[in-house]
Ligand binder design. Structure first.
Ligand code: 13P
Length: 255
């Protein structure tokens, strides 16, 4: 069974107290349902956010990154073990902003996935093409290559702990959204790749999220697609008033 997931990626937004207020606000305004809400806060709020949501099985907290080494002289970095030690359960890996601004390669991302799994964390693995690649019509090959190099060294059992987020770079923070058909086509292609390499059962059970300008007014259509199991939301996850309707759209989605 696939889990429906509404994940918020706060990126580098919210100071300490603003972030905790948002966690409280989201918790207060969501009911138990079949949707899992994941909040990827800055490192700063992780511990307290976990404390606030400790009795709520429907809200989980994620980090936005981890280092690929277990420990050592890496100034400014945080390891997967450190996250696991404060009961973080999820970690975003391979976001396009990190691939671009921090020059994270597919190889480093694969190592981060390994480090996360070894520490017992569930990776939210991001992939997605640039506008240039889409205009040239290479998007499926490009994303399949990211999946192959970042994830397919894992066993089917390890992959059960992974969530995939398809985030076309041209749709992130731009207000442009992939059409529901474009999202469905890519999600289908990703699932097919997983199925071919690791088996149909695993592929059918994996949650594949769409990210890129998900808003209250387009969430229903995107989530109605057969292979879209939820969203990874940036801007609209920064306010309960825009994130809650997205969670509700997923709750109401019959697919
Ligand atoms: P926006 O929803 O702001 O486009 O961001 C998407 C994203 O990058 C989530 O990880």
């Amino acid at each position: 069974m696939r889990t429906k997931i509404a994940a918020g990626n706060w990126k580098m937004n919210k100071n300490y107290q603003e972030g905790l207020n948002l966690v409280l606000d989201i918790q207060k305004n969501t009911q138990p349902s079949d949707v899992l809400v994941i909040l990827a806060t800055p490192f700063l709020q992780l511990k307290e956010a976990i404390h606030i949501t400790r009795y709520n099985p429907h809200i989980k907290i994620a980090a936005q990154n981890c280092h690929h080494e277990e420990k050592g002289a890496y100034t400014g970095e945080v390891s997967a073990n450190m996250l696991a030690a404060i009961n973080v359960e999820y970690v975003i890996i391979g976001h396009s902003e990190r691939r671009q601004y921090n020059r994270e390669s597919n190889e480093i991302i694969a190592q981060k996935v390994n480090a996360a799994l070894k520490a017992g964390l569930k990776p939210i693995f991001c992939c997605g093409e640039s506008l240039e690649i889409r205009n040239e019509g290479w998007q499926e090959r490009f994303v399949n290559n990211q999946i192959e190099r970042g994830l397919l060294h894992l066993s089917a059992e390890e992959l059960e702990s992974v969530i995939i987020a398809y985030e076309p770079i041209w749709a992130i923070g731009t207000g442009l959204t992939a059409s529901p058909e474009q999202a469905q086509d890519m999600h289908f292609s990703i699932r097919k790749k997983i199925s071919e390499e690791k088996g149909e059962k695993l592929a059918q059970n994996m949650s594949i999220l769409y990210g890129g300008s998900v808003k209250p007014n387009n969430a229903t259509q995107l989530f109605s697609q057969k292979d879209v199991d939820g969203g990874l939301v940036g801007g609209a996850s920064l306010k309960a008033s825009t994130f809650i309707p997205i969670i509700q759209a997923l709750e109401n989605d019959p697919t």
